[in-house]
Design a protein around this ligand. Structure first.
Ligand code: DX5
Ligand code: ZN
Length: 224
């Protein structure tokens, strides 16, 4: 069965002096969601944005907002992100000793629940919480920055995809980090159906439209 490919541009590489315009440009070029990277300076070395920016994006676009929490103790901030307008909320497996409960709480707040894995964390760490996952996000860089070098973790994506084929999960499989037209094809062939990209879209030398369309074109020829 053909899978729908979702492209979620990460605003981490956007020009924040004109964020609204950049969102509109990406939306016009065919963005499906927007990815918002929340970093706390503890779990990852960088410090970025919080519910305030999610709320600003909510006013600038109708597209789903896919919020990626790279923060310790995310359970304390689930409600503020729901109130700010997040549609998908993804926490890291590595930051959640009570992952089952955290995923349940995300859903109870009306959002779709995601679980993310650092490059060094095996897919098997999610095998007991699969029914609670609407999305599984495979990090293909060590999280913290945009513009990192892609780490090919195709076996991890294939494992998740096999679980989906076996009916063990209905979760979307997202890949985040260093995604570009050079590797999008192998990522989708391995089973991913959500591509997250910051620099390949917002820093494309010919602009956001070309960045987004080149990414989509690089996988459009994949047979179902
Ligand atoms: C990295 C973030 C990614 C990042 C991707 O920690 O989670 O979403 O914005 O940036 P690129 O696509 O430039 O690697
Ligand atoms: Zn991200």
């Amino acid at each position: 069965m053909a899978r729908t490919l979702t492209i979620s541009p990460s605003i981490l590489s956007a020009d924040f002096t004109r964020l609204g315009d950049q969102l509109r440009e990406a939306e016009d070029a065919g963005a499906d969601w927007f990815h918002i990277d929340v970093m706390d300076g503890h779990f990852v070395p960088n410090l970025t944005m919080g519910p305030f920016i999610v709320e600003a994006c909510r006013r600038a676009t109708r597209l789903p907002l896919d919020v990626h929490l790279m923060i310790e103790a995310p359970e304390h901030l689930l409600r503020p992100f729901a109130d700010a307008g997040a549609d998908w909320l993804t926490v890291h497996q590595e930051t959640c000793p009570h992952l089952h409960r955290t995923l349940e709480t995300i859903r109870s707040l009306g959002m779709k629940a995601g679980a993310s894995l650092n490059p060094g964390t095996p897919a098997a760490t999610l095998s007991d919480v699969l029914p609670g996952c609407d999305l599984i996000l495979v990090m293909t860089v060590d999280p913290g920055y945009s513009g990192g070098k892609y780490i090919p973790l195709l076996d991890k994506i294939r494992t998740l995809s096999a679980w989906r084929d076996q009916g063990r999960t209905g979760a979307r499989i997202a890949v985040d980090g260093g995604v570009s037209p050079a590797n999008a094809r192998e990522i989708v062939q391995a089973g991913a159906d959500v591509l997250i990209a910051a620099s390949a879209i917002f820093k494309h030398p010919e602009g956001i439209r070309t960045g987004l369309q080149s990414l989509r074109a690089s996988v459009d020829r994949i047979p179902a």
